[in-house]
Design a protein around this ligand. Structure first.
Ligand SMILES: C[S@@+](CC[C@H](N)C(=O)[O-])C[C@H]1O[C@@H](n2cnc3c(N)ncnc32)[C@H](O)[C@@H]1O
Length: 263
């Protein structure tokens, strides 16, 4: 099975429902709109063309269009997510926002120099270094000169090896996550033609996001709302796992980074 097929199978509908319940409508990663604002802070996005890699259920893209007046195309390897995200786009925004399926990291379905920005949050840890490099070469091709790439990703301090807590979390949701480092990103920038502009540490806020999600899933009101859909034990296990994640982040076993590349 290719790495793309494997990741497609790792996001079944019930996991997406549970993740949206934890993160907010449209989001499959933590922090909601506040986390998106942190990532794009300082960039003028009005009427800029943004390519979002791994757009999931479309929450980030919708926010970038609604709040920052950007034009966004999201690409996803998961067809059901693309269909659902497109269904949720309000009629009035159809000309500014669309979601597109692709399944080849060696070929993004766009012409050369089509976008001003690439954006990706909580996605690239699904790709090993070789696949990241192939994808970044493609991103380089579809970006205009002077364009920026804005990434939110989970990194490890050690290449190829997660700490104990991260292994536990990946196992619970059956996710294959690659332990890449800041140095890996420097190398990917060098080899794909980008300049690495900055790497910022976001651990403190993400430790809090994950602790808040653990508390939210523990709350009796949330339990009541999710009761018909998920077994109590599953919600408890997810809540525990967000607490483990929060500890992993606080103790720097997991590094949450905002990375900016320039063309
Ligand atoms: C944790 S979710 C994050 C989704 C979205 N960025 C968000 O923050 O809500 C990871 C997403 O990455 C997608 N994905 C994994 N590998 C990908 C790839 N090579 N290209 C595009 N999307 C990918 C998955 O299908 C999934 O939707």
């Amino acid at each position: 099975m290719s790495s793309i097929e494997k990741v497609q199978n790792e996001y079944p509908e019930d996991l997406c429902t549970l993740l949206e319940a934890a993160y907010g409508k449209g989001f499959l990663s933590e922090g909601g709109t506040e986390a998106i604002d942190r990532l794009v802070e300082g960039f003028g996005l009005k009427d800029k063309k943004i390519l979002e890699i791994g757009s999931g259920m479309g929450g980030a893209a919708l926010h970038l269009v609604q709040k920052f007046k950007a034009l966004v195309t999201g690409v996803e390897i998961n067809q059901p997510m693309v269909d659902e995200a497109n269904k949720r786009v309000p009629q009035s925004l159809k000309r500014r926002l669309e979601f597109v399926y692709y399944n080849d990291i060696n070929h993004l379905p766009f012409g050369n120099e089509s976008f001003d920005f690439a954006f990706s949050k909580g996605v690239l840890l699904h790709l090993d270094v070789a696949d990241k490099l192939s994808l970044f070469r493609e991103i380089f091709r579809v970006l205009r000169p002077e364009a920026r790439v804005i990434i939110g990703d989970w990194l490890s301090p050690v290449h190829g090896c997660w700490g104990k807590r991260m292994r536990e979390v990946a196992e619970l949701d059956n996710l294959s996550l690659f332990a890449n480092t800041e140095e890996d990103y420097r190398e990917i920038a060098r080899q794909s033609g980008f300049k690495l502009i900055s790497i910022d540490d976001d651990n403190e806020v993400y430790a809090k996001y994950n602790r808040d999600i653990a508390d939210y899933l523990q709350n009796p009101e949330t339990r009541k709302r999710l009761k018909g859909k998920f077994a109590e034990e599953r919600i408890q296990a997810e809540s525990d796992s967000y607490r483990v994640l929060s500890d992993a982040i606080r103790e720097k076993e997991l590094l949450i980074r905002r990375i900016v590349f320039g063309k």
